[in-house]
Unconditional design. Structure first.
Length: 111
């Protein structure tokens, strides 16, 4: 087993792992026998928030882009970007959520 680990290390298979070089999360907290349940609930909450946001984006981006007023469409899309940042902040350490490219979405409006 040790040989396989050294071989994988030499091949770089452990490079760029999530959390590499960072302190172990919550290591300084007192022991909590239900730590796994707490972490699971946190992950589920974030997953639920992300799914709800994705559903809103599927509805509201086309609705905003279809508006006749460019300024109103921009305001709605920027508000969605604020929500994306808020939900992204819940998922600290995860892949960041991509903001909407408002200018690209509004390309069909005359300048």
């Amino acid at each position: 087993m040790e040989r396989a680990i050294r071989k994988a290390q030499a091949a770089g298979q452990f490079d760029d792992l999530p959390g590499a070089g960072l302190p172990i999360p919550d290591l300084d907290l007192p022991y909590d026998p239900a730590w796994w349940a707490r972490k699971w609930v946190e992950r589920e909450r974030v997953d639920t928030e992300v799914r709800a946001l994705a559903a809103r984006l599927r509805r509201e981006v086309p609705a905003a882009v279809g508006l006749e007023e460019r300024d109103e469409a921009r305001a709605r899309l920027e508000a969605l970007n604020v929500e994306i940042e808020e939900v992204g902040a819940l998922a600290a350490g995860a892949e960041p959520l991509a903001r909407l490219d408002v200018d690209r979405l509004l390309h069909h409006f005359p300048d």
